[in-house]
Write a protein that binds this ligand. Structure first.
Ligand code: SF4
Length: 378
């Protein structure tokens, strides 16, 4: 846990943050404020490098819903378990493998258990591995396409490349992040006397694809500064300092701190590929809600590759949406920055990274998993 030779810079930035926070408090007339970091990888940086310990009292950093595995509905994992037990090969990432479902499917509640019961589940690092393997063995197969805007271009490219064999289908569960950010802002700002969210650290990786422009509605609609940040500890400290500067100057703009990777318009080629392959649909987010235009599904022109259509998998309808968190699990509140992992009585007791009980403990982007591995958010 080192700032890699930048300790003095980190100390200076911490002093700037303390000074600016005192000024910002006076400008806002508030004792405490929250800054939300949307992305699970930013939460990792904050926890791993102990950045919360450098913050002044009253400046709270809260994590947002930026973990794609955490927000993938149980129903679609149950569908995948069913397919695997029926002998269809299911390709999945390692973290989704341990994700527990709410309902049992033939006595099974995860893809890991399905494999132990004879289901055909294969771990892959990316869709290209799934293409290669399914070409070689010729079995009917499905790839679980989980992820945010960062994952979608690879799925789109695979579809457009013509390399997907006929026996492999894509279950596109990819999601778009801005709609979830709007919802999180609504929730986090409606709860006085809780300190309000007065600034947002926007996701760096997602913004390489979407461009910083994707966050403009957040700054405009909620009148808060938004800074697209990189993932080094100094990136995050600089982003916090910039948010406080804007509050003092009564600005609410989108700024790019992560200039070495993010532009205002983003990756236009990737955006065009995503648009060509996917349509945007209203989608269910596990634990937190059903958001308009927040999911990506294959367009009708790619129906022959679409696992929803080819395997008769039904979409969750808005009225069917359920939280899908197991009894006692506070993942829904953790995902919205309304509770800390340590507020959950099961944290590191019934729920551990080795044996996750709730969805936020599964992936390294899940807030509970980050706190469990790197020490309580301090
Ligand atoms: Fe849910 Fe486990 Fe986190 Fe508790 S510790 S909120 S059970 S994921």
């Amino acid at each position: 846990r080192t700032f890699r030779g930048s300790e003095e810079l980190a100390r200076r930035l911490s002093r700037v943050i303390h000074e600016r926070f005192n000024q910002a408090r006076k400008v806002l007339g508030l004792d405490s404020i929250k800054i939300m970091n949307f992305c699970g990888t930013h939460e990792w940086t904050i926890v791993h490098f102990g950045l919360r310990s450098l913050m002044p009292k009253g400046l709270e950093l809260v994590a947002g819903p930026g973990c794609p595995v955490c927000v993938t509905p149980s129903k679609y994992i149950e569908d995948a378990i069913r397919l695997s037990l029926d002998g269809i090969r299911v390709y999945t990432y390692g973290d989704t493998y341990k994700l527990r479902t709410i309902n049992e499917v033939r006595g099974v509640t995860s893809l890991e258990e399905a494999k132990a019961m004879g289901g055909d589940v294969k771990l892959v690092l990316n869709i290209l591995e799934a293409i290669k393997d399914s070409r070689n063995n010729g079995k009917e197969a499905v790839f679980l396409g989980i992820g945010f805007e960062t994952a979608a271009p690879a799925y789109a490219q695979a579809v457009l490349s013509g390399k997907m064999p006929d026996n492999l289908k894509l279950l596109s569960l990819a999601k778009l992040t801005p709609p979830a950010m709007f919802y999180a802002m609504d929730i986090l700002r409606e709860k006085p006397p809780e300190p309000p969210v007065m600034g947002v650290i926007a996701p760096g990786h997602v913004s390489t694809i979407t461009g910083a422009k994707a966050w403009e509605p957040v700054a405009e609609n909620y009148s808060v500064p938004v800074v697209v940040s990189g993932f080094e500890p100094l990136d995050v400290l600089l982003s916090i300092a910039e948010i406080l500067r804007q509050i003092i100057s009564r600005e609410a703009k989108v700024k790019i701190e992560y200039t070495r990777a993010v532009t205002w318009s983003g990756d236009l080629k990737a955006q065009a590929m995503i648009h060509k392959v996917f349509e945007t649909v209203d989608d269910a987010w596990r634990g937190i809600g059903f958001f308009p235009l927040s999911g990506l599904r294959l367009r009708d022109s790619f129906a022959r590759m679409d696992a929803f259509k080819q395997f008769g998998i039904k979409e969750i309808r808005p009225e069917e949406w359920r939280k899908d968190t197991p009894p006692g699990c506070r993942c829904a509140e953790v995902t919205l920055g309304k509770a800390k992992p340590t507020d959950c009585p099961m944290f590191l007791k019934k729920c551990t990274p080795e044996k996750p009980y709730g969805p936020c403990m599964v992936s390294l982007e899940g807030t509970c998993a980050v706190w469990a591995r790197f020490g309580g958010g301090g």
